[in-house]
Design a protein around this ligand. Structure first.
Ligand SMILES: NC(=O)c1ccc[n+]([C@@H]2O[C@H](COP(=O)([O-])OP(=O)(O)OC[C@H]3O[C@@H](n4cnc5c(N)ncnc54)[C@H](O)[C@@H]3O)[C@@H](O)[C@H]2O)c1
Length: 363
């Protein structure tokens, strides 16, 4: 490994804490600067990180010491920050989704291609031992030919815990665009790209009440669907059923199940990096927990940056822009299908990302 990739973060909100915990574990990357629209937030983060500078967004993007801009802004700002970073000659890795719309995301990928810039995007949870062990089980033929999947994420909504949940209830948010990236990225990693979708969606309330933090009790408007269901038709012929909801109290359904003609797999929560993979084979007795056999061990948010740092130049990184674009188009197509009341074809295609062998980075 050469010298570490120098990271400049734009967006010092809720999620940065998890990245700050990961950076010291990764020798391949080094945090050098942070910025936020609210400069006080950048200052507060830098104060706890020796050697890290708090800068304005413009200064961070212009800083020659920054190799890659880690874009942790809200979805509505993802494309703008990514485009400005590319124009400044930087690589970009962003929180999900790649952009609020495929139209914006396409501009980001086109600008990156023209500039020769590397683009990466969360979620990197698919690189962990949970999804990767399931992937290896499928690739090793343990469930035979994959036929179907069910993906279920049902919660009452993020306003119960997030201090500034407004963006979850605006276009670009909602349960599908917020949590769908974990599930759809996992489904594409496990079953390959999607060629068409059918969707249906609804919303129950026109406002939500913030539950925690300084704005607790404040009512915020809802302008996006909050219960979304869909069927994804994979290129392989496998069918995935998706249920993503901010309108449910609780569920006992597994987050993700993959069914083949010779076996069924229970896959751990795609919003986590680890967890037990369980297999039940046709004619077998009961569920068997599979040994951890692939993926980054003890991974956490930010391991996608390591993957980018060690991917040879000119090669698409695993958490790359092509996958993120395809995932965004699949989700957008589900919402379009729901609005139209008919099946929608997915134009983009991406290969399944290269599998991650069992890798322990230590730390
Ligand atoms: N909060 C979580 O648990 C969580 C988990 C996984 C992923 N994410 C993703 O991370 C991203 C950020 O989420 P969050 O919860 O940290 O949001 P947040 O609202 O807490 O923080 C976002 C920060 O970005 C700043 N910002 C917004 N627009 C900006 C701009 N144009 N230029 C500079 N700074 C700007 C805001 O001032 C704020 O400090 C979202 O894409 C979200 O989907 C969040």
């Amino acid at each position: 490994m050469g010298k570490p990739l120098n990271i400049g973060v734009v967006g010092c909100g809720n999620i940065i804490t998890q990245y700050l915990a990961t950076f010291p574990r990764l020798a391949s990357v080094r945090l050098v600067a942070v910025a936020d629209l609210d400069f006080a937030r950048a200052e507060a983060v830098a104060a706890g990180q020796p050697g890290v500078r708090a800068l304005s967004v413009d200064d961070l993007l212009a800083d020659p010491a920054v190799d890659l801009v880690l874009n942790l802004t809200i979805p509505a700002a993802h494309a703008d920050i990514a485009l400005r970073a590319i124009a400044a000659g930087k690589a970009v890795y962003g929180e999900k989704p790649l952009a609020a719309t495929t139209e914006e995301a396409r501009k980001v990928l086109e600008a990156a291609a023209a500039a020769g810039a590397v683009i990466g995007c969360a979620p990197d949870t698919v690189l962990g031992t949970g999804i990767q062990t399931a992937r290896k089980a499928i690739d090793d033929g343990l469930i035979g030919t994959p036929i179907s999947a069910t993906a279920t994420m049902m919660t009452p909504g993020h306003e119960r815990w997030h201090p500034n949940p407004d963006f979850y209830y605006q276009p670009g948010g909602g349960p599908l665009l917020d949590m769908g990236p974990y599930y759809v990225s996992a489904l594409v990693t496990l079953l390959g790209p999607v060629v068409s979708v059918i969707g249906a969606a609804s919303h129950t309330r026109s406002d939500r009440t913030i539950g925690k933090g300084p704005r607790a009790g404040e009512s915020i408007p809802v302008s996006t669907d909050t219960h979304v269901t869909g069927v994804l038709v994979h290129e392989s012929g496998a069918l995935s059923t998706l249920v993503m909801s901010f309108d449910a109290v609780a569920t006992q359904s597994a987050n993700l199940e993959i069914h083949g003609d010779a076996g069924s797999l229970i896959v751990p929560d795609p919003n986590r990096f680890d967890g037990e993979v369980k297999l039940r084979t046709l004619g077998g007795e009961g569920w068997e927990v599979l040994p951890v056999s692939a993926g980054y061990v003890d991974a956490a948010r930010g391991f996608g940056l390591h993957d980018i740092a060690v991917t040879p130049a000119g090669t698409e990184p695993r958490p790359g822009g092509q996958l993120a674009f395809h995932v965004l188009e699949v989700m957008e197509s589900v919402l379009e299908s729901a609005a139209l009341g008919q099946s929608v074809k997915v134009a983009s295609r991406c290969d399944r990302p290269v599998a991650v062998p069992l890798t322990d980075l230590g730390g």
